[in-house]
Ligand binder design. Sequence first.
Ligand code: SAH
Ligand code: SF4
Ligand code: F3S
Length: 467
Amino acid sequence: MTETLVPSASASDGPAAPKRLFIKTYGCQMNVYDSERMADVLRPLGYAATDTAESADFVILNTCHIREKAAEKIYSELGKLRELRDIRLAAGQPGLTIAVAGCVAQAEGEEIMRRQPAVDIVVGPQAYHQLPELLTRTARARGERIGADFAPVEKFDALPKARGVTGPTAFLTVQEGCDKFCTFCVVPYTRGAEWSRPVAAVLAEARELAARGVREVTLLGQNVNAYDGEGLDGAPSTLARLAYALADIPGLDRIRYTTSHPNDMSDDLIAAHGELDALMPWLHLPVQSGSDRVLRLMNRKHGRTKYLALIDRIRAVRPDMALSGDFIVGFPGETDADFEQTLDLVRRVGYASAFAFAYSPRPGTPAASMAGPVPAAIARERLHALQALLAEQQLAFNMDKTGRTVDVLFEKPGRHGRQAIGRSPWLQSVHADDADHLIGRIVPVLIKHGQQNSLKGRLMEMALDGA
Ligand code: SAH
Ligand code: SF4
Ligand code: F3S
């Protein structure tokens, strides 16, 4: 089949007519990374990015299957794309090529083709390196579907080495898939089994990013702290060892990783947080519920006591650690008392920021057929109560930085004048005036106000000048 691949054709046949690609991304950071890589794969075919479907020749919806709303959104979006395509065809113009990628593609590929025949390509998360081939085939026979039964290794080997990253921060996928099978979750079905990229491959990609001016990488994995990729010595590495190796790359000053599972928070990783300056004091460590009974029903394989003890151990080596998490309320069988346990755990931990979701039954997962569904109105009430508590904690965490000097990596221009926006070590968004010349640099900033979702700061020279 490789003879139908066309990347070299555009190079040898001279410049092809510019083609416009619009990728709309839903879901987690892994999808953000995948979307960037899809653009990388298609760039040699002459596809340049555009930011609306209206201006595109090729639209990819990179989808998320995690909650029902996320999945259903795709079908309404596809309806709009079909209209756009039909209008063009009626006007005698070239139509629109439509692809569905990501976790909905993996989970319900057949259904997508049935519900929306305008879709040309359905491509799962492990097969998007084949987009050039799929596009070529589509041009010949519209409506063909290719499955996604490939191991991640084939994808990573096939992706171009160069990445089209521009800013000073980047995502870098190091691990994919999940073996945990929480009873509510589709990820083990859409992303497959846990698999880690070899250390050498990760280091090569990181060096390439650093050479492009990237100062901060966020290592991605559905269970990133279960990372066990092959080390340079041939033996399995750990995430901590990978972090040490990455920190040696000149220019790479900041390392984060997400998402972690409490059961994979190993001693060497915790210790690294106390020793390795490049490892930022920010940790997304979802617990989902504070009730042992619900945690058991969720098949989380850890209880609240173990989670709280883990937080204590992490804070013992890194007292300023900003903790983040995910919570599900209204899981089948969750009582008021269970929910109180969640609120209590949140109060004990004190999160810098966290996400709360109402449980959404996903077809095929064990929880979807569990007894005792929680009425939507009660789930909503609990969701609001938990979100209010988390918002309170986030504001307190941000306000606590007022009057302190923090190192900010400036990432992009702000909306007003010469303002720039960057990140604190704790992943807070920091806005500073007259800082747009500092994008890509790490600079001390005096924090003037901590707000709900960001910090407002002043550059230190200005603060010293009293300006
Ligand atoms: N791998 C990560 C996150 C997976 S999905 C982890 O293990 O934590 C991101 C979050 O979506 C989950 O942490 C969970 O809080 C939420 N989620 C997953 N399935 C859900 C469902 N069926 N209903 C509501 N929220 C869900
Ligand atoms: Fe889903 Fe649980 Fe795996 Fe996270 S650990 S991806 S919540 S099954
Ligand atoms: Fe969604 Fe798939 Fe990520 S289901 S959360 S896009 S792994």
